[in-house]
Design a protein around this ligand. Structure first.
Ligand code: SF4
Length: 346
């Protein structure tokens, strides 16, 4: 830690109390269940989107016990549209583990929280610092950006040892007084989400400008340094969009492993030939092939080829699928690109 950066905590705490966010739904009361739920939802999703999902989720599952007792399908359906369904599955598993092994009470330290499904180091620290005022560092994407800029931390974060080094720096910067932890953690998140944005940091409005190395160097965009790009595997899938003369849509529930595990989807095939073998009507002139849809998953880049076909009443949905009436499919947990396709006007 540079001597200058030692003043970070007091500046961030002061700024957060005056200018930071205080009215987010999960900030009211600070109970671990609502903080945990919001942290998991916010992992890959914007605050504005999360608010509506968070409210619906809490209405149906107001506490850990109700979530632990739920069926996974219902949890996934409520998550539908947020994407990254593995988050919802682990959320559900985590609720069950806490209910069965921790007497339904969240553990009170970051170290214990990290042993639970779906709770990584930064999420554990967020819960522990907000709810239990524990002196632990968070290091999500926004906070990494702020800290690397303030410190002028130019090491490549693609290397785990450099990431470890940044964790140590983040720990050294924590306020001494545990009572300041909620405002400090929230302040770093708020700074990263608003003032110290990735492309256009508003240094003139920043409470830590006077101690920020990146600002003094005149090049905040240089930080954070991360060289490795995630190599995504290209995967092509052929999707059968079968409807029948009653306007029903044929969907299948995906297997428990692999892409879109256990979600409902249009029947998916690895090749056009496989799709035509399962549904020869999709090769008829009346069938319609849509422009390919590209969709990125964490480790894969999907190219989706959708073929629409109208089937006669009484015909079976390939892959042991089910016909869903009218808008019944809307309540199911569907992969984001499939939902988008079905919702598009045509
Ligand atoms: S001075 Fe600029 S670069 Fe430094 S933390 Fe503030 S907004 Fe980010």
């Amino acid at each position: 830690m540079t001597p200058r950066a030692a003043g970070l905590a007091s500046r961030v705490v002061r700024w957060q109390r005056q200018h930071g966010r205080h009215d987010l739904p999960w900030q009211q009361g600070r109970d671990p269940y609502s903080v945990w739920l919001s942290e998991i939802m916010l992992q890959q999703t914007q605050v504005s989107t999360v608010k509506a999902y968070y409210a619906r989720f809490l209405e149906r599952f107001p506490d850990l016990q109700s979530l632990a007792a739920a069926k996974e399908d219902e949890v996934l359906a409520l998550w539908s549209g947020l994407g990254y369904y593995s988050r919802a599955r682990r959320l559900h598993q985590c609720a069950r583990v806490i209910a069965e092994h921790h007497g339904g009470v969240f553990p009170g330290t970051a170290a214990e929280l990290m042993t639970l499904p779906g709770i990584g180091r930064s999420t554990a620290a967020a819960i522990a610092s907000f709810c239990f005022q524990e002196r632990v560092a968070i290091l999500d994407g926004n906070v990494k950006r702020v800290l690397t800029r303030v410190l002028g931390f130019a090491e490549d974060l693609a290397q785990p040892r450099h990431e470890q080094l940044l964790w140590r720096e983040a720990e050294a910067l924590l306020p001494r007084d545990p009572a300041q932890m909620p405002a400090y953690s929230q302040g770093l998140m708020d700074l990263g989400a608003s003032v110290c944005s990735a492309r256009q940091p508003m240094c003139a409005q920043c409470p830590v400008q006077d101690i920020c190395v990146a600002y003094l160097e005149g090049d905040p965009g240089r930080y954070p340094v991360k060289t490795r790009r995630l190599a995504r595997k290209q995967v092509a899938l052929w999707l059968l969009h079968a409807s029948d003369t009653q306007g029903r849509i044929g969907l299948v529930q995906r297997p428990a492993t692999g892409i879109w595990a256990r979600l409902h989807s249009l029947p998916a095939f690895e090749s056009q030939e496989a799709l035509l073998a399962a549904c020869p009507q999709a090769g008829a002139p009346a069938a319609r092939q849509h422009a390919p849809i590209r969709h990125a998953l964490t480790h894969r880049e999907l190219e989706l080829h959708v073929v629409s076909v109208r089937l006669r009443r009484g015909m079976a949905v390939p892959q042991d699928g089910t016909w869903f009436e009218g808008a019944a499919w809307r309540a199911l947990a569907l992969p984001a690109p499939v939902r988008k396709f079905l919702e598009a006007p045509r």
